[in-house]
Design a protein around this ligand. Structure first.
Ligand SMILES: Cc1cc2nc3c(=O)[nH]c(=O)nc-3n(C[C@H](O)[C@H](O)[C@H](O)COP(=O)(O)OP(=O)(O)OC[C@H]3O[C@@H](n4cnc5c(N)ncnc54)[C@H](O)[C@@H]3O)c2cc1C
Length: 376
């Protein structure tokens, strides 16, 4: 086996999934996370079949399914007056025996991953960050914020889109604006609300589109896609989100009314990054959003992160030369992720430029998901 001891930097979905996948293969894993505690982040997450396939491999699928809502029915597209435009089936990217997608609270996925990592003996060090690293041929050393210097067979950096390690690895790419902002809230739903996206009427200003995904029998998360600058007004956030939803009717009237100041709600600009060049230097490699983050228009961000995790663990626990394994891992991952990035950026452009001749979001979305039917 090429590696026996690994440091993972970052306790998000990428870092935790990698830790579990390696620990399952009897690698000694330490994970450092800068935050002093794993906070319960309240957003909803759409998890597609290809991510569920990885969750099954790492032994968390049953727990995730218990906390989620499967979307067997696909997504309904609505006109802004609430009438149905069409129904879209989502390809089963995880194979025929897994739901095409599920909706779940991000915090629940995170807690399940932490629980599984702990069961497998991963050493979790919270409130600790990577300060610097050095390569020494057959090992890499790290200086951590607790002052310790340690040696590892491999250091895996999964420190997210704001990665401070990326530049130290010689990766020049930085996050770029997508032209989009997003409001998100977790709220109640009625049983007949099975997941939908509504588009504005020509001339409507404000939101590019609104949508919701069920995350349980009684709850869903709602999003509003809009320009990246929050409108300058005195409205509290929940009222601003309701204002942007005003042109949308039918089910969206009900959802809008259920948003109040008791809901977890936030607004953020959406950025993207894709590092085409090498992700590794010696025995230190970056994965996940540190090297690829996409606008969430086909909801593949986390799925691509967990595919990284699963495949990297597979490559580096084979017999052979680590440099070759890391190079082959990258060569296998990049074309697949690039397909998702290109499709997501095309969709983001069309969102920002409604009425673009030839725009065909349904086709681009379907083609990019169909390309993922082939396992990673
Ligand atoms: C608005 C929005 C909606 C999204 N919706 C979806 C969706 O529906 N479905 C989907 O699949 N994906 C979605 N995504 C994408 C998905 O959330 C991300 O791809 C995924 O969470 C990235 O995980 P990560 O572990 O790579 O990074 P992160 O979650 O950012 O984790 C990085 C971790 O590293 C830690 N860290 C940073 N620096 C250091 C350091 N020096 N030392 C130690 N620790 C450090 C951070 O504290 C953090 O915990 C969405 C993204 C956005 C922005």
């Amino acid at each position: 086996m090429a590696v026996r001891s690994v440091l993972i930097v970052g306790g998000g979905i990428s870092g935790l999934t990698t830790a579990i996948a390696l620990a399952q293969r009897d690698v000694r894993v330490t994970l450092v996370e800068r935050a002093p505690a794993f906070a319960r982040v309240g957003h909803g997450l759409t998890v597609q079949g290809n991510a569920l396939r990885v969750f099954r491999e790492i032994g968390v699928l049953d727990r995730v399914m218990q906390h989620s809502h499967p979307e067997e029915e696909g997504v309904t597209l609505f006109h802004s007056d609430g009438s149905v435009m069409m129904h879209l089936e989502t390809p089963r990217t995880g194979g025929p025996d897994l739901p095409p997608t599920i909706g779940v609270l991000r915090a629940d996925v995170h807690e399940i991953l932490v629980e599984r990592a702990t069961e497998l003996g991963v050493e979790l060090r919270l409130g600790t960050e990577l300060v610097s690293f050095d390569n020494h041929g057959d090992s890499a050393s790290t200086l951590l914020s607790d002052g310790s210097t340690e040696f590892w067979d491999l250091v895996i950096v999964a420190d997210g889109i704001r990665s401070q390690t990326r530049a130290k690895l010689g990766i020049p790419d930085e996050p770029a604006p997508s032209g989009l902002g997003i409001w998100r809230a977790v709220t109640d739903r009625l049983p007949e609300m099975t997941g939908g996206i509504a588009f504005p009427a020509p001339g409507d200003e404000g939101a590019f589109k609104v949508g919701y995904t069920p995350i349980s029998a009684t709850q869903c998360y709602v999003f509003v896609l809009c320009s990246p600058q929050r409108t300058a007004n005195d409205l509290p956030d929940w009222q601003e989100m309701r204002r942007l939803m005003e042109p949308f009717h039918g089910q969206f009237d009900w959802l809008r009314e259920s948003i109040d100041d008791s809901r977890f709600l936030n607004f953020q600009e959406i950025e993207w990054i894709f590092a085409e060049g090498p992700w590794h230097q010696g025995r230190v490699i970056a994965i996940g959003e540190a090297v690829h983050a996409v606008p969430p228009l086909i909801a593949q961000g986390a799925a691509q992160c967990v595919e990284d995790a699963w495949l990297l663990a597979d490559y580096v626990t084979r017999e052979g030369d680590l440099e070759t394994q890391l190079t082959e891992f990258e060569a296998r991952r990049k074309p697949r992720i690039k397909g998702v990035v290109d499709a997501s950026l095309q969709l983001a452009y069309w969102e920002c430029h409604p009425g673009t001749p030839g725009a065909d979001p349904g086709r681009v979305m379907a083609q990019s998901l169909i390309a993922l039917l082939e396992p990673a």
